[in-house]
Design a protein around this ligand. Structure first.
Ligand code: FMN
Length: 137
């Protein structure tokens, strides 16, 4: 099965998870890049605010043909109890090109699995993901 791993990572943890998943599954991998500076405390606050407001901000162009893959594994950090803004933008932009979806979330909370975030991702895509993985680190 042709699998594409798509991820956004601000501080490298999701990147590491996504890269491991790509190697173990023999999948291709694409990083989502956005246009907002998210470093430092100001970037942290801005990111939390944008996520909480469910803002969809522009992401850098993706040249990969998303529709050519049977499954797309979408990997996001949790920001302010929801998906990272660049991931929201990706799902909105490519929902019609994603054949089968799978999600991987990474967060700092041991207690919360963030099931409601997966539900929201499904709502944006208009389909039910085949697999949901929630990891804390
Ligand atoms: C702006 C912001 C908001 C966050 N909000 C949450 C949160 O609500 N719950 C949580 O468990 N972790 C939260 N985190 C922690 C990240 O989800 C966690 O550190 C993640 O592994 C970071 O991935 P990255 O290194 O790929 O950017 C937040 C991190 C940032 C930067």
């Amino acid at each position: 099965m042709r699998v594409l791993i798509v991820y956004y990572s601000r501080s490298g943890k999701v990147k590491e998870m996504a890269e491991k998943a790509a190697v173990s599954r023999g999948a291709d991998i694409v990083e989502i890049k956005d246009t907002v500076k998210r470093g430092g405390p100001v970037g942290f606050i801005k990111s939390g605010y944008q996520a909480a407001r469910k803002k969809s901000i522009p992401i850098a162009r993706i040249d990969t043909d998303i529709a050519a893959y049977e499954r797309v594994v979408v990997c996001s950090p949790v920001w302010a109890g929801t998906m990272a803004s660049p991931i929201r933008a990706f799902l909105e932009k490519f929902k019609y090109q994603i054949n089968e979806a799978e999600y991987m979330l990474m967060h700092a909370s041991r207690k919360n699995n963030y099931d409601e975030v997966f539900d929201e991702m499904d709502r944006i895509l208009g389909k039910t993901a085949v697999r949901r993985t929630s990891l804390y680190r």
